[in-house]
Design a protein around this ligand. Structure first.
Ligand code: LMR
Length: 397
């Protein structure tokens, strides 16, 4: 039977990661996959995670199956992280959250539940969006529409066109939004823009589906959740996929959450049950290890404070790499303006250079960048910044 299958093109991000690993050059630089690296170019296990692992090794007394919704304590701690303690929705009974396998698994469960609830709903995604959003959500069966998000010329959110398009979204459709640290552009919505979009969602009656995979890497844990918290307060229904891959550094542990807000507590119960039946059909139950660590960290005052301090270091390092890179390449022969890199948030920005420049960076200099020109700022460090800046200036000559 397999003779009928055709080879598949490599994933634009994970394929690049594989190509980077195979490149034998010592001075190669990985600005591709969205993984945090410290100034030594390493992706360390966070100290709070290491300590939680030691604690878990002592406490854990079974590897028996968990429930389909994962760890109950993880689910409630993740809700507090997302909404902040004291948020009105938390005591309302209208929220259901399930542990799911990473941000991607969470998105998929959310998509399947929406498809069951309203099969005719179209999914509106911003242009551009994370390249995997479209295959991941589209293969759940959504018909996908686009709204303009990023303006390449001004290197800002194209807010007027975005709002104009959202004002035409039919009631009952679903609009995908990035909670913070927009992937791939780094161009985030301001609080005022979140206010405007929330008003339009209320007026039009569309349901936002928020993907928040980088909480804490932009302006801070609470600041980055402004849109999520606002929409949770104002809107009757909301779907949120969140991930612990980046802010806890738990990438390979596949630790995420899918959260639903329904109009009533009865509906929330039903939505939770539907989500569990979907999870059962796909993977039965989520992997336990990462969620147990997160739950231990968030439930222990000292570990939690230390984790927050480590995350703040990560955030600050990314901000300083933004300034370092932008300042080092601003003075280039083609007069390309890179000042947007300093204004943007999270791990990514578009470099905004031509495709042939990207090819030269990779072939001549061993610098790996996704074809959209998205760079991972965390791939820059004090040892490679001069080489990187010289290479970018050289291809722009
Ligand atoms: C990225 O955007 O690079 C990350 O979210 C990793 C991935 O799965 O694409």
């Amino acid at each position: 039977m397999f003779e009928s299958l055709k080879p598949v093109a490599a994933d634009p991000i994970l394929g690049l990661m594989a190509a980077f690993r195979e490149d034998p050059r010592d001075n190669k630089i990985d600005l591709g996959v969205g993984v945090y690296m410290n100034d030594r170019g390493q992706t360390p296990v966070m100290d709070a995670v290491k300590r939680a692992e030691a604690k878990l090794a002592e406490l854990e007394n079974t590897k028996s199956y968990q429930g389909i919704a994962g760890d109950a304590e993880y689910n409630s701690r993740m809700l507090e992280l997302l909404f902040g303690s004291g948020h009105s929705v938390l005591g309302s009974g209208r929220v259901k959250s399930l542990q799911a396998p990473g941000g991607s698994g969470s998105l998929r469960v959310g998509a399947e539940v929406i498809r069951r609830a309203r099969p005719e709903a179209k999914l509106w995604v911003g242009t551009p969006t994370w390249p995997n959003h479209i295959p991941l959500l589209g293969s759940a069966g959504f018909e996908i529409e686009e709204y303009p998000y990023y303006d390449i010329a001004s290197r800002e959110v194209n807010i007027d066109l975005m709002l104009e398009t959202l004002r035409k979204v039919p009631a009952g459709d679903v609009v995908l939004l990035h909670g913070c640290c927009h992937n791939p552009t780094g161009a985030d919505l301001t609080n005022q823009q979140w206010d405007q979009i929330t008003d339009i969602a209320l007026e039009r009656g569309f349901v936002p589906f928020i993907d928040i995979a980088y909480q804490g890497l932009g302006d801070g844990l609470d600041e980055d959740a402004y849109g999520v918290r606002l929409m949770a307060e104002k809107l009757p229904e909301l779907v949120i996929a969140s991930s612990c891959s980046k802010n806890f550094g738990l990438y390979r542990e596949r630790t995420g959450s899918i959260t639903f807000i329904a109009q009533t507590s009865e509906q929330a119960e039903i939505v939770g049950g539907q989500a569990m039946s979907i999870a059962r059909q796909i993977y039965s139950m989520p992997p336990a290890h990462g969620a147990l660590l997160v739950s231990l960290i968030l439930g222990d005052e000292t570990l939690c404070a230390d984790w927050k301090a480590e995350l703040e270091e990560v955030r600050q390092r990314i901000i300083s790499m933004r300034t370092l890179l932008a300042d080092n390449i601003q003075n280039n022969a083609q007069g390309v303006d890179f000042s947007h890199i300093k204004r943007q948030k999270g791990m990514f920005s578009f470099l905004g250079i031509a495709p042939e420049h990207l090819v030269r960076l990779r072939e001549e200099f061993g610098i790996y960048i996704v074809s959209s020109t998205r760079i991972n700022l965390a791939g820059i460090n004090s040892s490679n910044i001069d080489y990187l800046a010289n290479a970018i200036r050289a291809v722009l000559k």
